[in-house]
Write a protein that binds this ligand. Sequence first.
Ligand code: PEP
Ligand code: MN
Length: 278
Amino acid sequence: MAGCKLVYREAGPPVRLEIAGGRACIGPGCRPLIVAGPCSVEDPDMIRETALFIRRLLVDTLGYSNVVLRGGAWKPRTSPYSFQGHGARALEWLREAGDAAGLPVATEVMDPRDVKLAAEYVDVLWVGARNMQNTPLLRELAKTGKPVLLKRHFGATVEEWLCAAEYLLAGGNEQVALVERGTRGFNEYARFSLDITVVPVVKKLSRLPVLVDVSHPAGRRELVPPLAAAALAAGADGVMVEVHPNPDKALSDAKQQLPFRMFEEMARELLERGLLPR
Ligand code: PEP
Ligand code: MN
């Protein structure tokens, strides 16, 4: 062990995240949280259209209200020539879309200098896989007191992941959930290998709830629905999934984002199979 303590089960009661004054939650007593939306906030119209679709489908039609709208404002891209996100402008578009649809909103922060601004606009901040051990970022996020989703780096051990979460707790912020999003493996037909095993592992070891991002391990949209079913069956406290009005034209992660029709089929199936329990 690396000298971490506050994240472990023995250190206190299981953590429950209260999002946007209780409009959504993660953890004990909550239905699984669905964090859905595009990879990137590309323009005001597409994020608004996605927000309204999610609201109408999940909340109004299916009666499922534990939902957060996601959208990347700053994008961690492999190539410096790829779309990097619209930054601060996208925070405004995301907030407006969330308000129009009555949904809390979440975005990723990469740079500690952006944390304050992002926290003014969004209800949930997430740390991307590549920044799991960006400790200046974690320290800054701890100061906000806002709910933080900490993704596991694709090459990180469980202890490294839990100790990264420790930075948030040690900094005074207990509103932390873990997110598994796949590790590097030997399956060249998927983008990453979804490590479902860590769901029961961290639920036993730690006080923090755990979500599963089912889009980034998939890399291809037809793999997303079975991964969501597997995550929920394994006991995940929620899923994160990318959905886009026109995925083939998306500025990032085009192949894995679900079109509205596939997202709807998946949501209906998860409900019918009892994988989104009351
Ligand atoms: C994302 O959620 O869009 C993202 C970049 O994910 P990850 O950090 O898990 O690769
Ligand atoms: Mn993405």
